[in-house]
Design a protein around this ligand. Structure first.
Ligand code: BEZ
Length: 210
């Protein structure tokens, strides 16, 4: 059955460029981004994996581990990493899972045969410390992802996991947030004693509570 938001991220063991990985052990107590790409030695994937390596410090800062996957074997990942470094300036500094038998790809429904017959599409799963799936994205092979958006989303996920707020359209870290409608004005007064701006009774803006 397809994975849905809030489901536990299925566990698996697989080989990677950093050795054998048990996925749940890898996640540990932190956050994780699992992302698939269709194939090694392909142009869009080369740019994506290099960029992901260049912004790894942003994930580290937020306590997020990143891990890539394709259906190619580890030996190809290792060889291709040199091309990524040469062309993008950064080699993958995170593990790349090998999935030649498509075990993980099937578990995570990363093969969409009507889009790309036997290769993984560009899937992204953000998984929380409770091992539950917090966000899923699926892009076609022809379109490289915006990994800055994944960092932005993680800021929202981490904030909204701790505070009774939601983030508005195009929100960025530090901007005003929305008090969730489930919180009454009376309860909101206790949580946000400095007050908020009411645009409508259901649209109350408050500074980032952190
Ligand atoms: C690419 O990464 O450029 C790519 C991979 C598979 C199919 C098409 C494009």
């Amino acid at each position: 059955m397809a994975i849905r938001l809030g489901d536990e991220a299925p566990n698996f063991q697989a080989d990677s460029t950093e050795g054998r990985i048990d996925f749940h052990e890898f996640i540990g107590d932190g956050w994780c981004v699992l992302f698939s790409h269709p194939k090694d030695f392909t142009p869009v994937c080369t740019t994506e994996l290099g960029y992901m390596a260049s912004i790894k410090p942003e994930f580290d800062k937020r306590g997020v581990k990143i891990i890539g996957l394709s259906v190619d074997p580890v030996a190809d990942h290792v060889k291709w990493s040199k091309d990524i470094e040469e062309t993008q300036g950064t080699a993958p500094n995170y593990p790349l899972l090998a999935d030649p038998d498509r075990k993980v790809a099937d578990l995570y429904d990363m093969i969409h045969p009507n889009a790309l017959d036997t290769l993984t599409v560009r899937s992204v799963f953000v998984i929380g410390p409770d091992k539950k799936v917090k966000l899923m994205l699926t892009y076609p092979a022809s379109t490289g992802r915006n990994f800055d958006e994944i960092v932005r989303v993680i800021d929202s996920l981490q904030l909204t996991a701790k505070h009774q707020v939601a983030t508005p359209v195009n929100w960025k870290d530090g901007e005003d947030v929305i008090i969730v409608p489930a919180l009454s004005d009376e309860d909101a007064k206790k949580k946000f004693p400095n007050g908020w701006k009411t645009l409508k009774p259901y649209l109350r803006l408050v500074p980032d509570p952190r």
